[in-house]
Design a protein. Structure first.
Ligand SMILES: Cc1cc2nc3c(=O)[nH]c(=O)nc-3n(C[C@H](O)[C@H](O)[C@H](O)COP(=O)(O)O)c2cc1C
Length: 175
């Protein structure tokens, strides 16, 4: 699929079929995430691959009971891992770059999933501590995104966007 078709085709899907995600597709999605840029190439994030239903329920409860998390066959949890870049970048690395590294990797995974004919929904509304506990992450790591991946069981409605002339300003920020 052409890159711009992928971007156009990606919509948030909140209803999934029980159909499994093929291992080779998942592998390519994870490899795409691993190609994402990161500050100083430190890759200050971790990806937890969740298939266990009990753990998905914990993630669901940690995320305002968003049930579709339990229905997706695969859920990826992206965590900022500041310990990986702190030595080089200090507080800026820990507080900003690690979050950005995890965010970019999740965006790559999301688009790769679309390219594979799969669907996703970025979940960010969660209790950090509860998500961290669900995946048994150490306290030093901060959950950034939960990404259910599967085959859609609904036709997602395209969403609107701000017009470019509102979003993009030439040279200065409008007051
Ligand atoms: C940082 C972030 C957090 C989000 N959190 C949630 C969420 O908790 N639950 C949900 O259903 N969608 C969530 N979304 C998906 C957005 O609602 C969705 O991307 C937006 O409405 C645009 O729709 P589209 O993805 O179909 O283009 C989140 C997206 C982002 C980027």
């Amino acid at each position: 699929m052409d890159f711009y078709n992928v971007v156009e085709r990606r919509h948030s899907v909140r209803l999934y079929q029980a159909r499994e995600v093929e291992q080779e597709k998942l592998q390519r999605i994870l490899e795409a995430a691993n190609r994402a840029p990161s500050a100083g190439n430190k890759q200050a994030y971790e990806i937890i691959l969740v298939r266990d239903l009990k753990r998905k329920w914990l993630l669901c409860e940690a995320s305002l009971d968003q049930r579709f998390i339990t229905e997706a066959p695969v859920v990826l949890v992206f965590l900022a891992s500041p310990g990986r870049n702190h030595a080089r970048y200090g507080q800026r690395g820990a507080q900003l770059y690690a979050l950005q590294d995890a965010t970019v990797a999740c965006a790559y995974a999301q688009l790769a999933a679309t390219a594979e004919g799969l669907d996703t929904c970025w979940v960010g509304a969660f209790n950090d501590d509860a998500v961290a506990a669900a995946v048994e992450a150490p306290r030093t790591m901060r959950p950034v995104a939960v990404l259910p991946i599967g085959y859609a069981a609904e036709q997602a409605a395209p969403t609107s966007r701000r017009p470019l002339n509102d979003l993009v300003q030439n040279e200065t920020v409008r007051k």
